[in-house]
Design a protein around this ligand. Sequence first.
Ligand code: Q9C
Ligand code: ZN
Length: 473
Amino acid sequence: MCNLITETILFFFLLRFSHISLIPYFNFIVKDFCLLLAAREEESGHFTTMTQGTATSDKIKVVYCEDGLLHNPPFEVTSGKIKPYVESPERLKSIKKYIDENPSMFQLISPISDYTLKPILDIHRPDYIAFLESIYQEWVNAGLPKDACIGDTFAQLSFASKLSEEVLLKNANQHPTGKMGYYLGDMSVSFMNETWRAAYASVQIVLTAAHELLRSIENSEANDKQSKMVYALCRPPGHHSSDHLAAGYCFINNAAVAAAFLQNYSSKDMELLQRPYDPVLATTTNLENMMLDEKPIDEKKKILILDIDYHHGNGTQEIFYDDSTVFYISIHGYPDYPHFTGSVDEKGRGRGLGYNINIPLDPEHTTDEVYLKHLYHVLNTEKTVVNFKADIVIVSLGLDTWFEDPIAGMKGLREKHTYYTIGQYIKQSEATFGKPVLFVQEGGYTYDKLGELVGQVLQGFACSSDEKLRLDA
Ligand code: Q9C
Ligand code: ZN
């Protein structure tokens, strides 16, 4: 049994199709779609705007939805072992408990709003979204085991390097296991009946948070120095997912969808899409009617994504690799999962060259001090990052750098206060000073510590003074 599993793990490598034409997917009638939604809205007659009020404006806004708990697969396969699914609903419960226990610090935004599938399709391929929605039922209908919807044969490049993508996809589509192998990167993503619904809720959480952040930017007075921040308590996480890939517990790249949402949509556009959260909107029957309406490059807001999850965010890097309007920085354990990315050599490509920075750190020897030194350096003395002059910062917030993490962890990162300092650095560094920040929950698996660690980062940001950092680096 274990040998078989070890063998299948050897097929983890997914094809990266750099020359896919997305054009056939986007034959758009977006206006019709918006009109349709608007009509539905009038019919239903209920439309909520989110939180207002100044009394709570000094609290940290947390966007949460309990549908994130619905994804709960029984097991995963890691390093030749079958073990309970590490990315468990316990993670969400732990963080939510901490939020609930500190009501003077946090303001909960729940229920969330729903922005439909449209912003998701600005990042992910429609065929991939349709796959996420339907695969579990197809798997079960094919007579495969209900409690183990998991990939075992992966679309590795050398299977079919001479075939066109069309032929490969046509072959893969013949069987649920083929589809799984085409769209999955590893055996840490498994599906159950409610997986798509949880992933849909997770991305609507980040969209709700992005909208809230934009609103607080636009509503603030010119002299209002109060820093803008919102925390999206997402589950499942997102940074290993790319346009047609689920991997590393991730299905939808929440941070990437939020980045494109903030770039391509005005607050008016967001309001037009906004409606009460409704998982029924997650059905993909109308996919063809939704278009990608990107802004011209010079009109886009510049987004800096700072990924401090222990793992390299291969999905986010891949999505924005050619893009000069989204700067991706990742500090991560290396060598480790996801194994095929994360080196300093990956600097971006074409227009995006110079807008991707990887900081691989040795998991065995990285201490609190070393970690903070690297973070300080990239945010203060790295010219390209400072000169980028981001409009908005998105933090992919993983807590799996903590030394006790069961699947990750920097062995020398042992001080809780380091997480406070991380928040402080994000507030006070040259490249991020004065910028609105969207914190997006990624990984972290020490269930009982997560709330506290998240709290440290958020408070480090919220409670540190509005002064630039001065350190003798
Ligand atoms: N022995 C996130 O933190 N399995 N994903 C690793 C290590 C996958 C982590 C196996 C880890 C994915 C969001
Ligand atoms: Zn991680």
